[in-house]
Design a protein around this ligand. Structure first.
Ligand code: NAP
Length: 479
């Protein structure tokens, strides 16, 4: 912790907030304060924006290969420092070290992927149908960006935005979540070491998100907002972006259905459920939120899932052998407790877990509920905790209708051994991503994102860089 930056990163320099304000970063495993970091106000955000705007023109003209090599170097440094970064992430966010190492690898991959994409930005040339004009198409960076990230994947949510922005030639102001600023600051230090020019990336840590971000969105100099977080905040930011017609990418909340048909391989379904539910202690937008299990297999599925969930070891993420760390904070845990209490009041049966342990830290045990009433609050709320809520169904058309009966559409999971059914159901689900007989969809090489109120745009994959590029079309008369 001693070497971890705790100041704002503006114009390539580490600086205190103009008014000297700081905010505490807590360890969710103990509730103790880890350290203080700079708490930016609107003046600091203005300076960060000035730095990004000043750096934009030159950065846009930098050779794609140069941008690519900075990302590649940063990828290598992140991989070399996996252990150090994993410890930092576990300290501020709580996830077990093994998961934190996994996130470091996942986060680094975005830099590797976009280092490869930076040199493949294409254009076009052609003759228009009337034969009188040529069309020259080029692609250019959208301009200075505001990037806002959540606390649940502190490193990967940063690299998933910073990677394509660097590759495209955009400059940035990054505002990480106040619970997990340290991973973002460490990332800024790595990018500086990798040769990123001053002002291209600026990081403002703050407890005053609204005051800091709104003027930037309304001011007209920020040309792009890339946001990952809840749908409610996304909606607000879309409205704020409307004034200056800021381009937006929105990676918002989910309410993933996890459907187990009667012909599913239950080994695969239980393995898939463990990943789709328990990755990141259930604190993932992709987390399975509603388990729909065919009546004929629900008992066996529930029993086997409860056995596996009950065998997980809960404790501080730094301790060897721990599978499930604390939730992010008391609010997060309180919400999970309320949702479980509501489901139980409406008749759900607790197969395992369901009781908050005594003592410090924000721990909550892996929990399986069966016989969940469809009107329970956890059916239309992201649980964001280690709670599997199981309902039953009898018929394919019925389960598709119920799975789609939500304003969200990020991801769905389908377990069946029938090819026709697998494809038919996947195509009918109103989601941006489907895990077919698997509980994990995230991959830097695949387009990640949702439909309906789960978001706009895609991150990662071949299309991830498009979010940071504009087309310019030149009409040139044929001589
Ligand atoms: P959140 O409350 O929406 O916050 C996300 C970020 O937005 C934080 O940095 C937050 O800072 C900031 N923010 C909040 N109000 C703001 C405002 N008025 N102006 C500017 N920034 C503002 O979400 P969270 O609790 O951190 O993260 C969990 C949510 O993220 C879940 O809904 C999850 O599904 C979603 N998520 C989605 C994806 C995806 O790819 N689709 C990935 C991960 C997470 P403050 O905390 O200071 O307000």
């Amino acid at each position: 912790m001693t070497d971890t930056p705790t100041q704002l990163f503006i114009g390539g320099a580490w600086v205190d907030a103009a008014d000297g304000a700081t905010m505490a970063v807590d360890d969710p495993a103990t509730g103790e304060i880890l350290c203080q970091v700079a708490d930016a106000g609107p003046k600091d955000a203005q300076r960060a924006e000035d730095a990004a705007v000043a750096a934009q023109e030159k950065w846009a003209r930098t050779a794609p290969r140069a941008r690519s090599e900075i990302l590649r170097r940063a990828y290598e440094i992140i991989v070399e420092r996996t252990d150090e970064l994993a410890h930092l992430m576990t300290a501020e966010m709580g996830k077990p070290l093994a998961e934190a190492r996994g996130e470091v690898a996942y986060a680094a991959e975005f830099f590797r992927w976009f280092s490869e994409e930076a040199v493949r930005i294409d254009g076009g040339h052609g003759t228009l149908p009337d034969g009188r004009n040529r069309m020259l198409l080029s692609r250019r960076p959208v301009g200075p960006c505001l990037l806002i990230t959540p606390w649940n994947f502190p490193l990967a949510m940063g690299t998933r935005k910073i990677g394509p922005a660097i590759a495209a030639g955009c400059t940035m102001v990054l505002k990480p979540a106040p619970q997990t600023p340290l991973s973002s600051l460490a990332l800024a230090a790595i990018l500086k070491e990798a040769g990123l020019p001053d002002g291209v990336l600026n990081v403002v840590t703050t407890s005053r998100a609204g005051e800091v971000c709104e003027p930037l969105l309304r001011g007209g100099r920020i040309r792009k907002l890339s946001f990952t977080g809840s749908t409610g905040v996304g909606r607000l930011l879309l409205a704020q972006s409307a004034d200056a017609v800021v381009r937006t990418s929105m990676e918002l909340g989910g309410n993933a259905p996890f459907i187990v048909f009667e012909d599913a391989d239950l080994d695969k379904a239980v393995d898939g459920a463990m990943v789709a539910k328990m990755r990141n202690m259930g604190e993932a937008c992709t987390a399975a939120n509603r388990f729909f299990v065919h009546t004929s297999v629900v008992e066996e599925f529930g029993r086997r899932l409860a056995e596996r969930m009950g065998a997980l070891v809960v404790g501080p993420g730094t301790r060897d052998g721990v599978d499930v760390g604390p939730l992010i904070d008391r609010n997060g845990r309180g919400k999970v407790e309320e949702l479980v209490a509501d489901a139980v009041e409406r008749g759900a049966r607790v197969l395992v877990g369901g009781r908050t342990p005594e003592g410090p830290g924000c721990f909550y045990p892996p929990t399986v509920l069966t016989g969940v009433d469809p009107d329970s609050r956890l059916m239309d709320t992201e649980i964001f905790g280690p709670v599997a809520a199981i309902l039953t169904f009898d018929d394919e058309a019925e389960v598709v209708r119920r799975a789609n009966d939500t304003p969200w559409g990020l991801v769905g999971y389908v377990f069946t051994e029938g090819l026709d059914r697998a494809l038919r159901v996947s195509e009918r689900l109103e989601v941006g991503m489907v895990g077919l007989n698997t509980g994990l969809v995230s991959n830097p090489a695949a387009p990640f994102g949702g439909v309906k109120q789960s978001g706009l745009g895609r991150e990662g994959g071949r299309v991830g860089i498009d979010e940071f590029l504009e087309y310019q079309y030149l009409a040139v008369p044929v001589g």
